[in-house]
Design a protein around this ligand. Structure first.
Ligand code: ZN
Length: 134
């Protein structure tokens, strides 16, 4: 079952916790056990799994991407958002997750984040849910 989720991002760079939105889609699908494929159809955003408990982790991730991909050096792409394109390749555009007993099976501290690098704007997230046949 294919679903599209809409996510508004609050600023230029942000990690938006979409764990609950994914859980809602899984609930709607009625799938108890299976696999969830998540894909972000954008070139300056991505998807990542990391800690959603202590917000300082998210701040460190964002500030470290800024150090790895500086904005004050020349880039060939004339649109001016090359750092955002490059950061999105670091996090990647897709991920697979387990569904068990109608819920995402994540580690205790893990959440699913849409990584925005060129916001604020509305982003789409595509979710495909496959049921496991016993
Ligand atoms: Zn661009």
């Amino acid at each position: 079952m294919f679903y599209e989720i809409s996510v508004s991002t609050p600023q230029k760079v942000a990690l938006v916790d979409i764990t609950e939105k994914i859980e809602e889609v899984i609930k709607k699908s009625n799938v108890k056990n299976g696999i969830c494929f998540i894909f972000v159809p954008h070139t300056t955003a991505g998807i990542l799994i990391n800690e959603n408990y202590d917000p300082s982790v998210v701040r460190d991730i964002i500030s470290t991407y800024d150090k790895i991909v500086p904005s004050n050096i020349p880039y060939a792409h004339t649109e001016g958002n090359s750092p955002a394109h490059i950061k999105s390749t670091i996090v990647g555009a897709n991920t697979f997750l387990f569904i068990r007993e109608g819920k995402l099976k994540l580690g205790t501290w893990q959440g699913v984040f849409l990584a925005e690098f060129d916001g604020p704007r509305y982003r789409k997230v595509w979710v495909d849910i496959w049921e496991e046949k016993e």
